[in-house]
Design a protein around this ligand. Structure first.
Ligand SMILES: [Ca+2]
Length: 425
């Protein structure tokens, strides 16, 4: 009960602080976890919510194709131009580096001409569907911060589903459906992200915007992260504070942009015509030159650094937290349940960390000379009032530390001390 009262005071304090704090002109904080400041108590750590920088996440992924032998070139084969069935002078040969198209060419530097690309085998076994799953795994929860962009070297597929996993590939949820005809392919009405709103932002849609085969010049497919952010932060993403405020309070929204794996399910290659030309099946295949995924390690606002060591991403946790995502308190700092940091109040957030001078502000039960159960009850009932009093008059840095998780176990649980004393009586 006292913990819930305490948390209510915490919530009140966070709300009041967010209202009182002026909005920052530029939203770019959370790049340090703590800093030393001078207070009337001397030099102390000032703790802040913190997160790693957004970066190119394709450097840290593992790619897996299914079927595993779907890449072209083994045995070598000739494929035709998509737009011209009689132009069949392109060769794919996995044993010759200049003619091979392995999966890693979807993630190499794409600044030169011609582009480098992965390519599948051709649709030789038509009418058996030509389907490929491309799975991107990070073995770590990451938060997407920009659009996922897939650039096709040949025509964009007639049917495709982008999926995500939040549990390292055990279960999958659709992120977006793509088709030349959504109703025909997925029994869904076509929609664009622009048809969504703040209230429907989590809706999974089917879009026809990117699946017009090879008849247009565009080769790009987007999953629109920024358009979804814009429902909260405005069209130019200037009001990121508003977005972060929403992410703070709406777990579903936060989880929507969080993944451990992505899966691109290519279900039908670009055909570009009503019927498949069965005499020239070497025209039909998938080829992807580039995939862009930007994001950051999810560290629950407890780390600014995420290291890549032994092919593994791990947060360098601060605030007495530990685990790959800083998802629990360190040993001996488990005085109360772990919780993530908070983006609020603006601009530094709430670190949720161990209070370094806890003994000064927390009353010592033995010094109150509690001698009988009635006194214990009286103290327990009046304690929240005492706490509120302390919150009003203590320094800002100490408030921030008090309103936090992962304190040293021995100092925290007043109620458990009380119970122990009761038991002795
Ligand atoms: Ca490439």
């Amino acid at each position: 009960m006292y913990l819930s009262r305490f948390l209510s005071i915490h919530a009140l304090w966070v709300t009041v602080s967010s209202v009182l704090q002026p909005s920052p002109l530029v939203w770019g904080h959370y790049d340090v976890c703590k800093t030393q400041i001078y207070t009337e108590e001397g030099k102390v750590w000032d703790y802040m919510a913190c997160q790693p920088e957004s970066t190119d996440m394709t450097k840290y992924l593992k790619v897996k194709l299914d079927p595993p032998d779907i890449t072209c070139g083994d045995p070598p084969e000739t494929f035709c131009a998509m737009g011209n069935p009689y132009m069949c002078n392109n060769e794919c040969d996995a044993s010759t580096p200049e003619l091979a198209h392995p999966p890693e060419l979807m993630f190499d530097f794409e600044g030169r001409h011609p582009s480098t690309f992965w390519q599948s085998a051709t649709w030789k076994e038509y009418p058996k569907p030509l389907q490929v799953n491309i799975t991107l795994s990070w073995s770590k929860t990451i938060e997407l911060t920009d659009n996922i962009v897939i650039t096709f070297e040949s025509g964009r597929p007639d049917q495709m589903i982008l999926e995500k996993s939040l549990d390292y590939g055990r279960t999958w949820q659709p992120y977006q459906y793509y088709a030349t005809d959504c109703l025909d392919a997925f029994h869904m009405d076509p929609k664009s992200v622009k048809d969504l709103s703040q209230h429907t932002v989590l809706e999974i849609i089917c879009t026809e915007e990117y699946s017009t085969g090879y008849t247009t010049n565009s080769k790009i497919i987007h999953f629109e992260i920024k358009d979804r952010f814009a429902f909260f932060a405005g069209p130019r993403l200037r009001n990121m504070a508003s977005l972060y405020g929403q992410l703070d309070t709406t777990k579903k929204l936060r989880d929507f942009f969080t993944v451990t794996d992505l899966r691109i399910r290519l279900l039908r290659p670009a055909v570009g015509e009503i019927f498949v030309d069965e005499l020239h099946l070497a025209r039909y295949f998938y080829a992807i030159s580039d995939i862009k995924v930007r994001g950051r390690c999810k560290c629950n606002l407890h780390a600014t650094v995420c290291v890549y060591d032994n092919s593994k991403l791990t947060c360098e946790c601060e605030h007495n937290t530990t685990g790959p995502d800083c998802g629990k308190c360190k040993k001996n700092y488990q005085g109360r349940p772990w919780s993530p940091g908070s983006y609020l109040p603006i601009p530094k957030g709430t670190a949720n960390t161990y209070p370094p001078k806890f003994n000064r502000i927390w009353p010592n039960i033995s010094s109150l000379e509690v001698s009988n159960p009635k006194q214990v009850n009286f103290f327990a009932e009046t304690f929240p009032v005492y706490l509120l009093y302390q919150l009003m008059f203590m320094s800002t840095s100490i408030k921030r530390n008090l309103l936090s998780v992962c304190p040293e176990s021995s100092n925290y649980f007043l109620t458990s001390n009380v119970r122990r004393k009761k038991k002795r009586k």
